[in-house]
Write a protein that binds this ligand. Structure first.
Ligand code: SAH
Ligand code: MG
Length: 216
């Protein structure tokens, strides 16, 4: 399929299933104006995550990598009233922006931002588990450790999702043998494919959305 047609089809899907309301639009536009990195998930990633989370009846979700709260709003909006999203961020400016996003979206009552380096925060989070789902989208070199934590701290039947499984194609680029982030994502993808307690897949959408069900 030629690239232009594929772009048009993605736009078709986006318009039909993943239209942004003004809150999501505002998060993207205003975070760009404030100079935050524009590396949010795509709307269709958000929609798909909503379906997957609803399918497993997710109530307690951990997100690693908050940024402006864009993906967090998609996730929080699919949780039941008593549901909770705990989202981890190391950058206080990102966390501040995200706090305003969650308020604007009317989901602040079910979202908690934990500031700090994710590996530290995850360690402290263990007694609050097990969780229903984890969405991994922070620094790539720690993806394997985030996965290990997720397998240990979500319930059987729970869900692991991760953004950037393709890393803009670098994961299959033979000239990228030493880049630590590439190696980490490759290792992560292998684990997801081979781990005896996971049923995994990369959905080839956007920059690759990895998903895996944690088997009993
Ligand atoms: N999930 C967001 C995008 C996250 S971008 C969305 O789609 O809307 C990655 C975020 O992870 C950035 O805000 C970055 O500051 C944060 N981050 C990077 N390394 C981290 C670490 N070690 N611990 C916690 N957060 C980290
Ligand atoms: Mg990402």
């Amino acid at each position: 399929m030629d690239t232009a047609l594929k772009e048009d089809l993605i736009q078709y899907v986006r318009d039909l299933y993943a239209a942004e309301d003004e809150v999501l639009q505002f998060i993207r536009e205003d975070s760009a104006a404030e100079g935050l990195p524009q590396i949010h998930i795509n709307p269709e990633d958000g929609r798909l995550m909503q379906i997957l989370l609803s399918t497993i009846g997710a109530q307690r979700v951990v997100e690693i990598g908050t940024l402006a709260g864009y993906s967090g709003v998609w996730i929080a909006r699919t949780l039941p009233e008593e549901g909770r999203l705990i989202t981890l961020e190391k950058d206080p400016e990102h966390a501040d922006f995200a706090r305003r996003s969650f308020e604007r979206a009317g989901v602040a009552d079910r979202v908690e931002i934990r500031l700090g380096s994710a590996l530290d925060t995850l360690r402290k989070l263990v007694p609050e588990g097990p969780f229903d789902a984890v969405f991994i989208d922070a620094n790539k070199d720690h993806y394997p450790r985030y996965l290990e934590w997720s397998i240990a701290n979500i319930r059987p039947g729970g869900l692991i999702m991760a953004h950037n499984a393709f890393w803009s194609g670098r994961i299959i680029d033979p000239t990228q043998q030493d880049a630590s982030q590439v190696l980490a994502i490759r290792f992560f993808n292998h684990q997801l494919a081979d781990h005896p307690r996971l049923l995994g897949m990369i959905i080839p959408m956007g920059d690759g959305l990895a998903v895996a069900l944690r088997l009993p």
